[in-house]
Design a protein around this ligand. Structure first.
Ligand SMILES: [Ca+2]
Ligand SMILES: [Ca+2]
Ligand SMILES: [Ca+2]
Length: 153
């Protein structure tokens, strides 16, 4: 019986994978990636509001000024699928992640719909955005910068 030996190319590929994972540069937070419109590495409250307003309008497929659960969860599902499509995780891990994230999206809908009328109004959406921004803006200057400490962190 011969000892199992990995072909050199496979070994090299594995090494390359490990190395690139370790050498990955410090990534800008997803928050900044999502909202930094002018790409200066900072998110102002105005940029944040612009992106949020656009996202709300895009999600409101029926154009009635509110998001029902299908609109809210559907938009998230689209983004999640795009993320999963480029993910290098196994199919099994992706399926688990999908189940978990979709469950959370439904939970988030319930949380955002404060008055429980089965719709997220623009006001409810803005209130949640305001909380999210405040959490990121640790030093409370109305701008979230790369590497800024979160509030309370
Ligand atoms: Ca900016
Ligand atoms: Ca509502
Ligand atoms: Ca700040």
């Amino acid at each position: 019986m011969t000892t199992l030996r990995l072909p050199l190319a496979v070994t090299a590929a594995l090494l390359a994978l490990t190395t690139s994972a370790q050498a990955a540069p410090h990534e800008a937070s997803a928050f900044i990636t999502d909202y930094d419109l002018n790409k200066d590495g900072k998110v102002t409250s105005a940029e944040f509001k612009t992106v949020r307003d656009k996202r709300f309008a895009a999600m409101d497929v029926s154009k009635d000024g509110g998001l029902n659960e299908a609109e809210y969860v559907g938009e998230y599902e689209g983004r999640l699928e795009a993320q999963l499509a480029v993910s290098t995780e196994s199919a099994e891990r992706k399926a688990e992640e999908r189940t978990r994230q979709m469950r959370q999206a439904h939970v988030r809908f319930g949380v955002l719909d404060k008055d429980k009328d089965q719709k997220i109004s623009a006001q409810e959406y803005a209130a949640s955005g305001g909380r999210a921004f405040a959490e990121q803006d640790g030093d409370k200057d109305g701008v979230v910068s790369t590497g800024e400490k979160k509030a309370g962190a």
